[in-house]
Write a protein that binds this ligand. Structure first.
Ligand code: PMP
Length: 428
């Protein structure tokens, strides 16, 4: 059979280094929140393919829906021969997304592609070029979305220049001493110094900063952004690619604030493990591009649409929004307890929204220096103990939890016990 080491050697020779992998593990099979590698080792998966598996690996209804679709057709291109699952999913998303206004949905394949299309739609609808994004934001790896992404290394390093008319506003952060008032002042200054408001099409924001460190945007900030957008005719885009489909205890994280965005980008957990993404938005805005102005050969693949309809049904019928809220509260409680007993001088913050929870590590509480090497060591020890973890944050010193919402209490507790043991090992 294959060993992880033998596959890693083949991978090193065949796949570029620029594609980094967080573990040296090669998958054999997976089920809900568990994964087995090619050597038969078992893992608890707290990462879920980077927030894709809110309904778990191979949710039985998602797999069944995809298989049933495969027996009919797997691809026609919606641009050539249309199919009902695309329309059904668009209807479902239009009903789920925040706000009562008429909505329409464009389906694409990846999160970055969703953000690219949201930018195109916002520009066409407003006749304006400018887009404002925030420090620490992550919106993807294509050139427009990299331009919007607010972190140089490793994402933007050596691959610019990026498109014009992208502006950066400060993101509120306790670590950087930026309050909501400071962030809003920074944004107002941006409109005075560089970004002429009548030339700004949209402000794009993750309601909880994802790759940038699992920092929830205070609700009053989202409300202020909505007012500022309305005052200047600027569209508000909520990037819900990581936060959507129950991760924060609601379908979309921005719902916690009561703010209704003009456009929402979605991907990841929408389709329970299949590549699918979309832009949901106000119908009048979504309809502004001429026929042919939007598209892509694979956009809204029928197998992925069938999977998404089943994943959305599962979130609803299994009560996963309530589960997310309860799981989030439990994770906070357990991480706080572990911090107090095991690492009082190294855990600087525990935060999140719903089950989108993260723990931030420092060298010591006095200096509050980000400790990326401790964070890496915890992940490495956790992997040895059969727990898959992933970091995030501008300084790589945050561990985030994206465990399937379908995971049993026993699996969550087993994972937390491995986390505690790994933390103990890493500090020793
Ligand atoms: N936006 C956000 C908020 C994301 O978290 C991600 C992926 N981590 C993306 C966009 C890009 O999605 P994809 O990797 O599917 O292109």
């Amino acid at each position: 059979g294959h060993s992880n080491a033998a596959l890693l050697a083949r991978r090193a020779a065949a796949v570029p280094r620029g594609l980094a992998s967080a573990t040296p593990v090669f998958a054999d099979r997976a089920e809900n929140a568990e994964l087995w590698d090619v050597e038969g080792n078992r893992y608890i998966d707290f990462v879920g393919g980077i927030a894709v598996l809110n309904t778990g690996h191979r949710h039985p209804n998602v797999v069944a829906a995809a298989k049933a679709q495969e027996d009919h057709y797997t691809h026609t291109s919606f641009q050539v021969v249309q199919y009902e699952p695309y329309v059904a999913l668009a209807e479902r998303l239009n009903a789920l997304a925040p706000g009562d206004q008429p909505k329409k949905t464009l389906l694409v394949t990846t999160g970055a592609e969703a953000v690219e299309n949201a930018v195109k739609i916002a520009r066409a609808a407003t006749g304006r070029p400018g887009i404002i994004a925030f420090g620490g934001a992550y919106h993807g790896r294509t050139l427009m979305t990299l331009g919007l992404t607010g972190k140089v290394s490793p994402y933007k390093k050596d691959v610019g220049p990026f498109p014009a008319a992208i502006y950066r506003a400060p993101f509120p952060s306790k670590r950087d001493g930026i309050s909501v008032a400071d962030a809003l002042t920074g944004l107002q200054n941006l409109l005075l110094t560089d970004a002429q408001p009548e030339h700004v099409a949209a402000i794009i924001i993750e309601p909880v900063l994802g790759e940038g460190g699992y920092l929830p945007v205070p609700f009053e900030m989202l409300q202020e952004l909505r007012q500022l957008c309305d005052a200047h005719g600027i569209l508000l885009i909520a990037d819900e690619i990581q936060t959507g489909f129950g991760r924060t205890g609601k379908w979309f994280a921005i719902e916690h604030s009561g703010v209704v965005p003009d456009l929402v980008t979605v991907a990841k957990s929408m389709a329970g493990g299949y590549p699918l993404a979309g832009v949901i938005g106000r119908a009048d805005i979504m309809d502004r591009l001429e026929p042919g102005g939007l598209g892509g050969t694979y956009g809204g693949n029928p197998v992925a649409c069938a999977a998404a309809l089943a994943a959305i049904d599962a979130i609803e019928s299994e009560g996963l929004l309530a589960r997310s809220t309860a799981l989030g509260a439990y994770l906070h409680e357990r991480f706080s307890d572990i911090a107090a007993r095991v690492a009082p001088d190294h855990i600087w913050d525990i935060r999140g929204l719903g089950a989108m929870v993260a723990v931030e590590f420092v060298t010591d509480m006095d200096s509050a220096e980000p400790d990326a090497s401790l964070t890496r060591a915890i992940c490495a020890h956790a992997l040895q103990r059969g727990l898959i973890l992933l970091t995030c944050g501008m300084y790589g010193n945050v561990i985030r939890v994206m465990v399937p919402l379908t995971a049993s209490d026993a699996i969550i507790d087993e994972g937390l016990a491995s986390f505690e043991a790994a933390l103990t090992d890493a500090i020793a």
